[in-house]
Design a protein around this ligand. Sequence first.
Ligand code: GN1
Ligand code: MG
Length: 355
Amino acid sequence: MKTPEQLKAIAGHFDLKGNILEIKPLGNGLINDTLLVKTDGEDNYVLQRINNAIFQDVELLQHNIDCATAHIRRKGGKTLTFLPCKDTGKTYWTDGQEYWRVSIFIKNAYTYETVNPKYSEYAGEAFGAFEAMLADIPDTLGETIPDFHNMELRARQLHEAVAADKAGRMAEPEVQAILKDLLPFEEEMCKAERMYREGILPKRICHCDTKVNNMMFDDKGNILCVIDLDTLMPSFVFSDFGDFLRTAANTVAEDDPAVEKVDFKMDIFEAFARGYIKGAKSFLTPVEIENLPYAACLFPYMQAVRFFADYINGDTYYKIKYPEHNLVRTRNQVALFHAAMAKVPAMKAFIASLV
Ligand code: GN1
Ligand code: MG
C-alpha cells in the first residue's frame, strides 16, 4: 500500500487544478485500485492504478479509451475525461512498473448495485446508444484482454485449471459437483464463436463490463455517463446485454452466499431489453436480436466458469475477501444461470413482442 505522500506525488504527474486535500479509496472494482482525490479546486479526481498484470498492454488500453472518449465527445455525448501526464502527454503515467491515470470525478452522480425496472430501461437505452455512438468510430481499437469474452477460451481455461489442479481443490466434492453441473452446457454456450466463424454474427465496439455499478445516474435517474472503459473492445453485443442482466436481474449480489435466493428477474429483463433495442436499433441485426435471451444465459455461465477456474487455480485473478469467496461467487452464478435458462421461452416471447 502507498503512503499518502507517495499517492500525492503520483497524482502530481498530472495537471490537476487546486491543492490536494485528501486521497481515499473509492468504489469496489475487482481489478484496479481506485482512489478519490479531493482538492480545494473546482474538481475532484479519480486516481487509478491500472492492474497491468491483467491489462498487459496499457498503451493499447489507453489508446482505446482516448479514441472512444474523443469520438463520443465529438458527437456531443457525455463521457469520462482523462488528464494527460505532464511529461509525456499520454493519459497514463508509469514508473516502468506501475501504471496510473487520472480522470475528472463526475459530480452529483450516483452508482447503484441494484436497479429497478425504470432505471434498467434507461440503462438499456444508454448502453445501446453507447454502442451506436461507437459504431462509426474511425480508429481501430484492439482487444485489451485478448479473447476476453470468448466462451471457447474460458471453457478451455477451466479445463486447464481442472487438469493442473494447482491449489489441490479438485478433491473437494462440491468442486466435482459444480464441474458436472456446468459441462453439459458448454457446447451450447460456445455458439456465439461458431456463429462468428460462420460469418453470421459481427463484432462491434462494446463496453464489455456493463455491470450495474459501471453506469452513473443523476439524482433524477438520468444516465450521466458510462464508466470503467478498460474493457472497451470489439466483441459481440451479447457482452453488454448479458453482463448487465447478470448483475441487474439477479435478485441478490453476485457473491451472496444465499443461493436459494438467487433468481432471474423478468421485469428487469423486459425493461432492459426494451431500452436496449430502442438505443441500438440503428445497427442490430436479426441474428443479434434473436439471440439476446441466449446472451442473458451466457454471461452468468461465463462468469461462473471464470470464478470457478480462479477458485481451482488458487485465487490468482479476482480480489477475494475470504478464502471461499470465489467458490461462493461460482455457486451464485451457477444458480443464476439455471434460473435464466428456465426463463428462455418467456424471454423469447417478450423479444418477439418488441420487434
Ligand atoms: C471484473 O473490476 P470489475 O469489478 O469492474 C471483471 C469482469 C467481471 C467482474 C465480476 C477485467 O470487473 O469481467 O465480470 O469483475 N473485469 C475483468 O464482478 O476481468
Ligand atoms: Mg467496475
